[in-house]
Design a protein around this ligand. Sequence first.
Ligand SMILES: NC(=O)c1ccc[n+]([C@@H]2O[C@H](COP(=O)([O-])OP(=O)(O)OC[C@H]3O[C@@H](n4cnc5c(N)ncnc54)[C@H](OP(=O)(O)O)[C@@H]3O)[C@@H](O)[C@H]2O)c1
Length: 240
Amino acid sequence: MTSTTSSESTQKAPAKDPWDLPDVSGLVVGVLGGTGPQGKGLAYRFARAGQKVILGSRAAERAQAAADELNQGGLGIEGADNAECARRSDIVIVAVPWDGHGATLEALREDLAGKLVVDCVNPLGFDKKGAYALKPEEGSAAEQAAALLPDSRVTAAFHHLSAVLLADPEIDEIDTDVMVLGEARADTDVVQALAGRIPGMRGVFAGRLRNAHQVESLVANLISTNRRYKAHAGLRVTDV
Ligand SMILES: NC(=O)c1ccc[n+]([C@@H]2O[C@H](COP(=O)([O-])OP(=O)(O)OC[C@H]3O[C@@H](n4cnc5c(N)ncnc54)[C@H](OP(=O)(O)O)[C@@H]3O)[C@@H](O)[C@H]2O)c1
């Protein structure tokens, strides 16, 4: 039988405050598929918050055109092809459609080695009844990313944001929580801190990647809500 002496128990490190998050202001944020509404919106918000941003595309000139459009406010966003975007960034957000997700990540495996990858892809189908969740073989888009990128640190976040609100320069604060999932606390802390760079936004830890499917799928519900109420619904997790 083991017992803990009082001197051992007094030496135990105090529990870390979950809101004690790292300073991420010096990290370069890349966005794969940054020419679409979601990627462009995130690039705009992070650059507006003072983050260095590299916007990626399959074609460098499309990336540059999107960066130029966003830079009219002097934000200093750079455009690059997805591979260069991945190589030059510390944190890489994956904002490509589900259809192109696997092939995109497979091709960028080496460029993404050692990077903190943030997947925001929602595998959804649409029919006459509206949006519905698809069931990826790996469990979720995030788990597919983790399987394809063994040398990267894969997390998942930013699924529930409205690209319309992100892009609107008249809106100063985005009033929402961001559910952040991942395997390593150090990585989810960084992503939570990154979410917190956008005024009004808060990153909340929401579990490991095996629970990403529900988070990705919930977007189908939000789309239904948006259609019914003509809204751009977001989420708040209460009591934390
Ligand atoms: N829209 C939203 O409000 C929202 C919110 C939360 C999460 N998301 C998720 O974010 C992702 C991007 O959404 P979005 O609406 O911005 O998508 P999108 O406009 O359809 O695609 C984004 C960009 O991805 C590139 N792309 C298109 N097809 C591709 C393929 N087969 N392989 C690789 N790249 C491809 C395109 O850029 P280039 O042609 O320049 O390469 C495109 O501009 C989706 O997975 C979505 O589920 C969207």
